[in-house]
Design a protein. Structure first.
Length: 185
């Protein structure tokens, strides 16, 4: 484990632990960022997804739970040891980190006009998702390079956070060629 004043990084995959501090985030295909997530089970499911596809997850504090939450562990199963997770103490630290690596920030929001399939995803994009209960504040919308939506029926308010992550991640990975490189057809 790596600790610093600003980041609490967990990466239990032994082959990655010995590498340099920034190597983990520099070489990930895609990044998932969760803005102040509320529900441990959703985050556990997202960490499981990230472990399966080699994604890096950023949690922007404060979260509504801690990493020892049993719901997080239950949803993540035994995949959590392979997940790459970085916790940022606040929005400012997160956005500074993303600017340092020159990453595009793609916010998923029910308020967006552009469909998530109408953008060309790039390696190292950051897919940003808001709180389950409140979304994100205006300053997060303003910082996003693109704001995207998943189209739904008019009477539907929102989808489950883990479902949104899976839907958009699947499309992003398809576009950047992940499946072609990793499928034995």
């Amino acid at each position: 484990m790596y600790f610093s004043k600003h980041i609490f990084r967990i990466n239990c995959n032994a082959s990655l632990q010995s590498r340099k501090k920034n190597h983990i985030t520099e070489n990930m295909t895609l990044h998932i960022a969760l803005f102040q997530p509320d529900i441990a089970g959703n985050t556990g499911t997202i960490l499981r997804l990230s472990a399966c596809f080699g994604l890096h997850v950023h949690i922007i504090e404060p979260a509504g739970f801690n990493l020892s939450d049993r719901n997080l562990k239950r949803a993540g199963l035994d995949y959590l040891e392979y997940a790459s997770l970085e916790r940022h103490i606040d929005w400012q630290h997160f956005i500074s980190s993303m600017k340092h690596f020159n990453r595009r920030l793609l916010l998923l929001s029910t308020k967006a006009k552009t469909c998530y399939t109408q953008i060309c995803y790039q390696k190292n994009d950051v897919l940003l998702f808001g709180r389950e209960t409140a979304g994100v504040p205006d300053y997060v919308h303003e910082a996003a390079d693109y704001t995207l939506k998943i189209p739904m029926q008019p009477q539907a308010r929102s989808l489950n956070l883990a479902m949104c992550v899976a839907i958009t991640t699947g499309e992003a990975l398809r576009q950047i060629g992940y499946h072609e490189r990793n499928c034995n057809l």
